[in-house]
Design a protein around this ligand. Structure first.
Ligand SMILES: Nc1nc2c(ncn2[C@@H]2O[C@H](COP(=O)(O)OP(=O)(O)OP(=O)(O)O)[C@@H](O)[C@H]2O)c(=O)[nH]1
Ligand SMILES: [Mg+2]
Length: 257
């Protein structure tokens, strides 16, 4: 009779998931276009030790935004192609973090929510959204048009693509960097038709939410108010972007798996 084989103790020991997740680096990614008022008001509240990299992608500001970013010692990239989605596309190769936090320095994103947002991501999510409409949070930046639009698009994305969002449109969120490529958000063809139809360049957030829902990724939300804009001018193109995003929601029912 042979003795039972002893359990092996020399097998490859993987570090526990929490150890891997806690070592993941973070990049705060900020697109800017003439946001000097917001930057001066908001950035002193962002503590350097919260993230590993602060990357400002400037779309050609003429009000000193880029100079302010350089003075503060942030990584600064001058966007080459027009349109907010190119701020993200061109940033990709300069992002050092495993986790990207997209943040609007115009006053709409509350800096103190950065640590809890990262904490939530470290639980292992693909994406965590700072929702303006979850659990008592609210937006002071909305007018009736944007409030209606944000709720309508969120409801449509949930209905058409099986999402479970309360805010599918907001910029303030964190995601695993590879998601951008896995969901083909780096490809011009993902946005080409709607941009040609409505003579505009769109943002990435609606398509990111749609495709994350379609792939049934592991995403969640934390509640976070949206304060009103701190100076500067709104860049939102209500009619063009509204039309383009509606097109995306419907197109994605059939196209892209
Ligand atoms: N680099 C770059 N940044 C942009 C561009 N368009 C807008 N931004 C910046 O992107 C950030 C987010 O803008 P949003 O909050 O989506 O737009 P907004 O004009 O504030 O409109 P609402 O917040 O929706 O009312 C702000 O810091 C803008 O200055 C662009 O084409 N390139
Ligand atoms: Mg804004």
């Amino acid at each position: 009779m042979t003795a039972p084989r002893p359990a092996r103790t020399d097998t490859l020991q993987l570090p526990p998931a929490w150890a891997i997740l806690s070592r993941m680096k973070t990049t705060l990614l900020m697109p800017t276009l003439n946001e000097i008022d917001g930057m001066r008001a908001i950035m002193p509240r962002v503590r350097r030790e919260w993230v590993d990299q602060i990357l400002v992608v400037d779309g050609g500001s003429t009000d000193g935004t880029a100079e302010y970013a350089r003075e503060q010692g942030y990584d600064l990239l001058a966007q080459k192609q027009r349109g907010i989605r190119y701020a993200y596309i061109e940033a990709m190769e300069h992002i050092k973090g495993d986790i990207v936090i997209t943040f609007s320095p115009d006053g709409n994103s509350i800096p103190e929510l950065i640590p809890p947002l990262i904490e939530k991501m470290r639980e292992g999510y693909d994406m965590v959204i700072v929702s303006r409409y979850a659990d008592g949070a609210h937006s002071e930046d909305d007018d009736w048009v944007t409030a209606f639009g944000n709720h309508m698009f969120t409801a449509l994305i949930n209905r058409c693509h099986g999402g479970h969002y309360t805010d599918a449109m907001v910029i303030y969120r964190a995601w695993r960097k590879p998601l951008f490529f896995e969901l083909d958000l780096d490809k011009d063809r993902s946005y080409a038709t709607e941009e040609r139809l409505f003579f505009t360049r769109v943002g990435v957030e609606p398509l990111l939410s749609i495709r994350a829902a379609k792939r049934k990724l592991n995403y969640t939300e934390i509640p976070g108010d949206e304060p009103a804009r701190a100076g500067g001018e709104r860049k939102l193109q209500v009619i063009r972007w509204g039309s383009a995003y509606l097109f995306e929601v419907i197109r994605e029912i059939w196209i892209w798996r």
